[in-house]
Design a binder for this molecule. Structure first.
Ligand code: HEC
Length: 138
């Protein structure tokens, strides 16, 4: 009985992992790591730096909006091509979609506090939420 339970749990785990690909989608070549390195990492760190300093002029507010829109879209890409393995991933991706959109909206009205709060409470929380469960530790 005990051995059966362990076996069933292992099978369930194996089946669960086949549901989503995590490191890569099912049909397209893009590796999650490449997306992180070229999109999430750079857009997020530039956005955080800009909001820390506070955008100086219209051009910089426009740049804030650009980075925020890219991060929001990334939340959709992460759900595409069978990459999503579970609810933690899905919730974090949704949080990235909405958090990026909220920063972009705040940038449209040059609301620095609103942009900072959406960055901290939603965008950065989404990175942390997904990485906590799915990023391979090195
Ligand atoms: C829905 C899941 C998910 C979300 C949300 C997410 N990441 Fe990741 N991230 C991953 C996974 C999975 C890896 C590990 C990929 C691998 O090594 O195969 C990773 C790795 C990374 C890496 C390391 C890339 C490398 O060179 O090895 C960076 C940088 C990164 N993420 C930045 C971010 C930032 C910044 C955010 C938030 C704006 C974010 N990620 C949100 C899943 C996510």
């Amino acid at each position: 009985m005990k051995a059966f339970a362990v076996c069933a749990a292992l099978l369930a785990l194996a089946g669960w992992q086949l549901v989503g690909q995590v490191a890569k989608g099912k049909t397209r070549p893009l590796e999650t790591k490449i997306w992180m390195k070229t999109v999430n990492g750079p857009h997020c760190s530039t956005l955080a730096k800009m909001l820390k300093a506070g955008p100086a002029d219209d051009k910089e507010w426009g740049d804030v909006k650009t980075h925020a829109q890219m991060l929001s879209e990334s939340g959709h890409v992460l759900m595409a091509d069978g990459r999503c393995p579970d609810k933690v991933w899905a919730d974090a991706s949704k949080q990235l979609q909405e958090g990026g959109a909220a920063v972009a909206a705040a940038a449209s009205s040059k609301d620095l506090e609103g942009a900072r709060s959406a960055l901290n409470n939603s965008v950065l929380a989404s990175c942390k939420g997904c990485h906590g469960a799915h990023r391979v530790k090195k």
